[in-house]
Ligand binder design. Structure first.
Ligand SMILES: Cc1ncc(COP(=O)(O)O)c(C=O)c1O
Ligand SMILES: Nc1c(O)cccc1C(=O)C[C@H](N)C(=O)O
Length: 491
């Protein structure tokens, strides 16, 4: 994102020489309201179901009639789309259409679909939209499975340890599922993870790793590494890695490069093809709002199309032209689609189709521009309302907007995270806690605005003051003590 495109945005904050400048009135609610009213993406908020505070506490929200409107003054402040994105309003209707077609057509819906969305090609129908989001050509993308499953499938193809090249480099604090998947891949080849797994750790006292630390690890292990597998945006710290630079550096050293884009897709701009990434996998239930456990996606660079690469095969990865001839010889479909296994869940695909159709009405460039302004505003308000020395928390996400996505991670001091989090939730402020001491906050450009951020910071102040006055409940104190005993995240 160039500074030029940042300054032409219709927002009042400015990024100049790496510093965000905000007008003096940025700490007023009126400033937030004015920004929302000027925001060209504001209309998308109305495309999503924002839970009301009453709904969050309703023991039977499932009984609510679809036509009931939420009172706008009672909406929650939802800043947790980095964990589970909100439901697009159009999803329910699309799902209901597919249910009707299934009910009335049965198996014939596979080929004869009255709304021209035959189930047999439903995954292919989404390749175009998905590829635009990750910067790829449609054939480099497949919509399939779930993230950890797909990491395994891709590693089965791209991790082929041989000769000296047997190691895999990952982050020391990768999302646990990635760590388990990669460790078990190494073991699957009869190798020892203690020898073959290289963990990149931040230097002491830090949470984020520098690009230089990553490049140094690559350089150190360049002759023995088969695969480098990192996350594009780190789930815990929100750090955005320099994917292009890191990919190029590793590839020049003969290393295969894969990315886990769970927290990057729909959050930051991606150019997987141009960056020369070999493979990537992501889930779609966070920034892309496909619903809990929604259908995931993979990328395989076109440069691998003509290789006779080993893969774990299934009939849905077979060339669709001859798939139904039911022959024994596997003839993979061109590109990423050749890695599919099973016929996909239409319900899951339909929910994804719905959210991708919202994304298709804007662009990642526009979303990212808004996101940078919005997260900078969050950072600015936190700094203004909790001036240094801040005894309550510190932000562990990089301050440089080019090194972070939408999320800021607040590391709490003095064991107050859980009572503060519970007080926020009680007020209808939905954020995410990672025990023992981190709260992740993510204003999403698709449906959050400046007023959401403003309200969050005000409520955070109240929650901290209340916690200072009254402390946590006995139960909260116990949970925090236990979490700190088990696994302090402080370096
Ligand atoms: C970085 C990362 N990797 C892997 C996963 C696991 O995803 P899934 O449960 O969809 O396989 C997640 C989130 O759950 C994640 O954030
Ligand atoms: N916290 C989760 C949960 O309670 C259920 C399912 C997934 C999660 C997650 O942590 C999702 C995600 N990887 C995240 O970083 O938030």
């Amino acid at each position: 994102m160039s500074e030029l495109s940042m300054s032409t945005a219709p927002y009042s904050s400015r990024l100049e020489n790496g510093t965000w400048n905000f007008p003096a009135n940025a700490t007023d609610l009126n400033f937030a309201k004015e920004q929302d009213s000027k925001d060209p993406l504001r209309k998308f908020r109305n495309e999503f179901c924002i839970p009301s505070k009453a709904e969050l506490k309703d023991p039977h929200p499932e009984a609510k009639s679809v036509s009931e409107q939420n009172d706008p003054s009672d909406l929650s402040i939802y800043l947790c789309g980095n964990s589970l994105g909100l439901q697009p309003k159009r999803t329910r209707e699309l799902l209901s259409e597919e249910l009707s077609i299934w009910a009335t057509r049965g198996v014939t819906g596979h080929f004869d679909h009255p709304l021209s969305r035959p189930w047999v090609s439903a995954a292919e129908q989404l390749q175009q939209h998905m590829s635009a989001i990750v910067g790829a050509s449609p054939s480099e993308v497949a919509v399939m499975g779930t993230l950890t499953d797909n990491i395994h499938l891709l590693m089965a193809s791209f991790y082929r340890p041989s000769g000296q090249r047997t190691k895999i480099i990952i982050e020391g604090k990768a999302f646990p599922s990635d760590h388990y998947a990669i460790t078990s891949q190494i073991e699957w080849h009869g190798l020892d993870p203690n020898k073959e797994l290289v963990l990149i750790e931040p230097s002491s006292g830090e949470y984020t790793v520098t690009t230089q630390e990553i490049l140094d690890a690559i350089e150190k292990h360049k002759d023995n590494t088969a695969v480098l597998f990192l996350s594009g945006v780190q789930y815990y710290t929100g750090q955005l890695f320099e994917m292009e630079k890191i990919t190029k550096y590793a590839k020049e050293r003969g290393i295969m490069v894969g990315w886990d884009l769970a927290h990057a897709v729909g959050n930051v701009e991606l150019h997987l093809h141009d960056w020369g990434v070999d493979f990537a996998a992501w889930c779609t239930y966070k920034y892309l709002s496909s619903g809990p456990g929604g259908m995931a996606g993979i990328f395989v660079h076109a440069s691998h199309d003509d290789e006779k690469r080993h893969r774990l095969a299934g009939w849905w990865g077979h060339d669709p032209e001859s798939r139904f001839r039911m022959e024994n010889t596997f003839n993979p479909a061109k590109g990423a689609a050749g890695y599919m296994l099973s016929n996909p869940s239409i319900m899951s695909l339909t929910a994804l189709r719905s959210s991708l159709s919202v994304f298709a009405e804007t662009s990642m460039a526009a979303l990212r521009t808004k996101s940078m302004h919005l997260t900078a505003y969050l950072n600015h308000l936190l700094a203004e309302m909790f001036p240094e020395p801040n005894p309550y928390f510190r932000i562990i996400t990089p301050a440089d907007p080019n090194q972070r996505g939408a999320q800021l991670s607040l590391l709490f001091k003095g064991g107050i995270m859980l009572p503060v989090f519970n007080r926020l939730m009680d007020q209808g402020i939905v954020v995410d806690e990672r025990k023992p001491d981190v709260i992740r906050v993510a204003p999403l450009p698709m449906y959050n605005g400046w007023e959401d951020v403003y309200m969050f910071v005000c409520k955070l102040k109240e929650a901290i003051e209340e916690t200072e006055k009254r402390g946590g409940t006995r139960e909260e104190v116990e949970v925090m003590r236990d979490a700190q005993r088990k696994g302090p995240t402080s370096p």
